[in-house]
Design a protein around this ligand. Structure first.
Ligand code: PLP
Length: 397
């Protein structure tokens, strides 16, 4: 269990709960109750039922025949893009809203950058009849209109964060302020394996359904539950944590994490955290993060909004540090080309985030009988404008 969290919330040297004193009561309540609540039979029954009937699980594990021929190996795609709302994020928000209900909370807050986590949160709040407030940087509200309208249509209130750069970290500060002021009735739904303990572990457990299903589906299709490789893109790292979870201690399975290099790791416009980052504290946990000499957070860049994050979940910092995970970074252009390629090879238009995981196929030499599973974290509909407007720039080269 060398790769699981310990009782203090650490993965090796990373994790913990570095929070202002006024947040102690909220976070401590979660630390003390989360495991007991989420493994209660009645919780599990309700969770599994919603995953099945509402999210549409189990998602298929698809043998990608033409992609396999192209790379001369055996490639399976785990179809999280077929989840309700179009990505894996809903697995976690379903889990957390059920937890909020059992904690007796009546009000939900969340922060969002690109709006994907905001939409997944607004969705489950509508489903369960909860009040929902989503904090979002004022700049992001301008940039992400369709998701803002989706959240409003689902009944959520989108509150602009107008301090600082008016983006994700400012929205996070506003959400934390709200939580401090409303400790009794409010649950804060965090969207990835980031934040103070127990969030990284709790979110990983909710997303672990992905690798649980992969094991069963691979066993049925190939006679073995372990592949040679599991590949996933990493923003904060929740889809990767879910896809890796049941393979963490299976050392015959190579875990490949793919970060966004943006315009290139040394261009100054990148989100390749393990390549560029140093240990530091962000959103309440100790992890690797992109920062200046004096510890200021460096603005990340990626063509995909979901990977545009200056840190990485502590579990991934530990996988990197220990060598258990192998980390690659993929540029905007490589990801864009991989999205076009997958669309025409398999008839699946991936999210730009996911396209990073596809692009890494170019960087690894597989054996003919290797079994490779790629976690297809989301569908590309939300990225259509980027695919249309940047085609000339990337595809003419
Ligand atoms: C949000 C998002 C990601 C990145 O988040 P993780 O927590 O790293 O999984 C990846 N893919 C899609 C489709 C997303 O919406």
């Amino acid at each position: 269990m060398q790769y699981s969290v310990n009782e203090k919330g650490y993965y090796g040297n990373f994790g913990g709960a570095y929070i202002p004193e006024m947040l102690y009561p909220n976070v401590e309540e979660l630390q003390q109750k989360y495991l007991q609540i989420i493994y209660e039979p009645s919780f599990q029954a309700e969770f599994q039922q919603l995953l099945e009937d509402y999210v549409g699980r189990p998602t298929p594990l698809f043998y990608a025949k033409r992609l396999s021929e192209k790379y001369q190996t055996n490639i399976y795609l785990k179809r999280e893009d077929l989840c309700h709302t179009g990505a894996h994020k809903i697995n976690n928000t379903i889990g957390q809203i059920l937890l909020a209900k059992r904690l007796g909370k009546t009000r939900i807050i969340a922060e969002t950058g690109a709006g994907q986590h905001g939409v997944a949160t607004a969705t489950v709040c509508a489903l369960m009849g909860y009040e929902c407030i989503v904090y979002m940087g004022a700049v992001d509200i301008e940039r992400q209109k369709p998701n803002v309208e989706r959240m409003r249509m689902l009944g959520a209130e989108v509150r602009p964060a107008v301090s600082g750069s008016q983006t994700l970290k400012d929205a996070t500060n506003e959400a934390i302020r709200d939580w401090i002021n409303n400790p009794a009735d409010t649950h804060y739904i965090i969207g990835s394996v980031v934040g103070p303990h127990p969030y990284p572990d709790m979110v990983a457990r909710f997303q672990s359904v992905i690798s649980e299903e992969i094991q069963e589906q691979l066993l049925e299709k190939t006679g073995h539950s372990n592949p040679n490789y599991v590949i996933a893109c990493v923003g904060g790292g929740s889809n990767a944590a879910g896809a890796f979870y049941h393979y963490l201690d299976q050392l015959d399975v190579k875990l490949i994490a793919v970060e966004a290099a943006g315009k290139g790791v040394n261009s100054g416009f990148s989100a390749a955290t393990t390549y560029l980052g140093k240990p530091g504290i962000i959103h309440g946990s100790k992890t690797l993060l992109m920062q200046t000499e004096d510890g200021q957070i460096v603005e990340p860049h990626s063509i995909s909004a979901g990977l545009d994050y200056p840190g990485i979940g502590p579990i991934h910092a530990h996988l990197f540090d220990s060598g258990r995970g192998e980390f690659f970074s993929i540029t905007d252009e490589e990801a864009f080309k991989a999205a076009m390629m997958l669309s025409r090879t398999e008839g699946i238009i991936p999210a730009l985030e996911t396209a990073h995981a596809i692009a890494v196929l170019e960087n690894i030499s597989f054996k003919k009988d290797d079994v490779v599973v790629i976690n297809l974290s989301g569908r590309g509909d939300k990225d259509l404008m980027t695919y249309i407007t940047r085609k000339e720039e990337f595809m003419s080269k």
